[in-house]
Design a protein around this ligand. Structure first.
Ligand SMILES: Cc1ncc(COP(=O)(O)O)c(C=O)c1O
Length: 310
């Protein structure tokens, strides 16, 4: 049995057998009814902050919530791990990762950042990195990321601006303000040539918004929310880490029973909480597959609509 549960047999009544492209595309009426809970007659222009999620995904989420409340022990021992694994498998294919063990589900991009920066801070504190070695980031990195660099790297005596030996490069995939698509693949190549130890891409706006291909990008870490552009309820995000990279000791900052059992399993149980948003990734995929061209079609149409609005 794989330590990260990848060999676990999945059987759960809440899980759809195999999400596939729907033969019937979503109609305009169905689309309106999927979002009937939105305030009517008010355009939602800012999807980037919090995203949106359709009724079909919300009702799948509610089923998971009831599963937990109906028989909590049965849910914990027999449902949760399989459900999270199913979500990880969907994401593994979406981002073209080598192995499902490279995909973990976490709460949000901020948590993913804390996890990666904590592991780098430990390398400073354990003397693997020298005082003054640096982490670099884009000027447009979001405030939460800059604060995290301050909290983890600077407090561990790392340098965030003046570059000596760069241990970590943090690169946005799509910056939030202003909103710019960064050529991450090319920047990562430059980082590798310059001997940067690790590259972490903040793709908070990645999955569902732009192309995300882990094999092509070759980052060490990548985070994307699933609630911004992939129709999952909050709170759901992924943290990818490349198996072949020197990722030492990645741990969730909230330590619970699964500590030491591999990061994807650690992060699938961080104490009693509502995991339902992280369990409906298959239903979110089913929803996007009701649109012509699935996720690719949605991205293309969004791109065109933004061009027209501009
Ligand atoms: C580029 C970027 N990174 C990180 C975040 C933080 O995301 P979250 O609220 O899911 O932690 C955001 C939020 O909008 C963002 O735009």
């Amino acid at each position: 049995m794989d330590t990260n549960g990848a060999d676990t047999k999945i059987s759960n009544p809440c899980l759809p057998e195999k999400p596939e492209l729907s033969p019937t595309l979503i109609s305009d009426t169905e689309l309106l009814s999927e979002f009937s809970h939105h305030v009517q007659n008010k355009a939602r222009i800012n999807n980037g902050s919090f995203g949106c999620r359709p009724n079909s995904v919300l009702s799948a989420q509610q089923k998971w919530q009831l599963e937990f409340l109906k028989q909590s022990d049965d849910f914990y021992f027999n449902g949760l791990k399989d459900g999270i694994l199913k979500s990880r498998l969907v994401i593994k294919d979406l981002v073209n990762a080598d192995h499902v063990d490279e995909i973990s589900i976490v709460d949000n991009a901020t948590t993913a950042t804390a996890i990666v920066l904590q592991s780098v801070a430990w390398e400073f504190l354990q003397g693997k990195f020298n005082k003054g070695d640096a982490a670099v980031t884009l000027q447009y990195a979001t405030g939460a990321v800059k604060k995290s660099l301050e909290a983890y790297i600077m407090r561990a005596d790392g340098n965030v601006i003046e570059v000596q030996k760069v241990r970590l490069a943090m690169i946005d995939h799509v910056t939030s303000i202003p909103s710019v698509l960064i050529p991450v693949k090319e920047l990562i190549k430059v980082c590798r040539e310059d001997g940067v130890d690790k590259v972490f891409v903040d793709g908070a706006h990645g999955i569902g918004c732009v192309d995300v291909d882990m094999k092509e990008m070759a980052a060490d870490f990548y985070t994307s929310t699933l609630n911004k552009w992939f129709f999952c309820p909050p709170v759901a995000a992924i943290l990818y880490f490349r198996k072949s990279s020197e990722v030492n000791d990645l741990h969730h900052p909230v330590v619970s029973h699964e500590y030491g059992n591999g990061f994807p399993i650690e992060s699938a149980w961080i104490g009693t909480r509502d995991y339902s948003a992280q369990l409906v990734v298959p239903q979110a995929l089913e929803f996007v597959n009701r649109f012509e061209g699935g996720i690719e079609g949605i991205k293309k149409r969004n791109h065109k609509a933004v061009g027209e609005m501009g």
